[in-house]
Design a protein around this ligand. Structure first.
Ligand code: DON
Length: 304
């Protein structure tokens, strides 16, 4: 019997006092208001048992973690046609890198870099009746939690500073890989990134990837084959130019966000989320990566 609570407490204790050299993201000004000292972990087993430590029930902006949820919705809506507009190769580059997009004629390397997520947002805009409302309801449904909302201040803060994403969207439009207006697609994208969730809610939302496509209430949202594909994308692309390092240190499919969250999972076993807002130079949570490395090492529960 693994002593999960004891392990989480040991990890929290060992990391909360280390010198945290990471920096809270400030290129979206509103994100810079969060304290660097926040640190929480939530673990949910496939059996439904839950364990938590630290600031695990405080909400934060999920940012790029939302890209996995929008991918799920788009995959549900148009199936494998998706792969004609976005590839499934790791980029080996930062999340907001642009030159590959031009070299590869407007086909983003994968759906988890910004340009790929912008194409996914375009798909959702074309197929959902009330895109922002419908997407939020979908996230609530997946999580079984009505208390999930967009953060309008964060969405607006990103809109006024999002020049790089405007560049990506304009490039996609120039290559014919965006069907809706740049402004509309980015309005959706900035909102999806602004969604506020806590670590527990993230472990609920990502439960489908550990449970062959069924959510915590056993509703089938994805086929097992779709789950296999999304988990593969998370493993190879979920941490941008640090995806290799995350696989090497942690050994789980997962996704990070510049709000300091990371969610990861072991198929058929558990989902785990960490939140520590200070980021390493590659834009991933400095303490979150270390916490997850310790977790899979101590429990010996990784995909490898
Ligand atoms: O588009 C952006 O730059 C942000 N809304 C999301 C970036 C992000 O979270 C990258 N992940 N580590």
């Amino acid at each position: 019997m693994v002593e999960y609570q004891t392990i989480l407490e040991e990890i929290h204790e060992s990391l909360k006092n280390v010198e945290n050299t990471g920096e809270v993201a400030s290129y979206i000004p509103e994100l810079a208001n969060v304290s660097k000292d926040k640190f929480g972990i939530h673990l949910q087993l496939i059996t439904g048992e839950n364990f938590a430590v630290g600031d695990a029930s405080e909400k934060f902006s999920i940012q790029s973690i939302s890209k996995v949820l929008s991918l799920v919705k788009a995959f549900q809506l148009i199936g494998n046609d998706l792969w004609e507009r976005v590839d499934v190769e790791p980029s080996g580059n930062p999340f907001n890198h642009l030159s590959l997009l031009e070299l590869e004629n407007g086909i983003p390397r994968n759906p988890l870099i910004n340009s790929g997520a912008i194409v996914i947002a375009d798909v959702l805009l074309s197929h959902l009746k009330n895109p922002k409302e419908d997407f939020l309801n979908f996230v609530r449904e997946l999580t079984h939690d009505e208390s999930i909302h967009y953060n309008e201040k964060i969405a607006e803060s990103e809109r006024v500073t999002g020049f790089n994403n405007y560049a990506a969207a304009n490039l996609l439009k120039a290559y014919g890989n965006l069907n809706n207006k740049v402004e509309d697609v980015l309005d959706f994208y900035f909102h999806q990134c602004s969604i506020m969730m806590d670590c527990r809610q993230l472990t609920n939302a990502f439960f489908v990837f550990a449970n062959k496509g069924k959510c915590i209430k056993e509703v089938q949202h994805l086929t097992p084959s779709q789950v296999k594909r999304i988990n593969a994308i998370m493993l190879t692309c979920g941490f941008y130019d640090e995806a290799g390092e995350f696989a090497f240190e942690v050994g789980l499919p997962g996704k990070s966000g510049v709000g300091g969250g990371i969610v990861a999972l072991l198929p058929h076993c558990y989902t785990i989320a960490t939140w520590a807002p200070a980021l390493n130079p590659k834009g991933n949570s400095y303490l979150g990566m270390q916490a997850l490395e310790q977790f899979t090492t101590k429990t010996k529960l990784s995909i490898f």
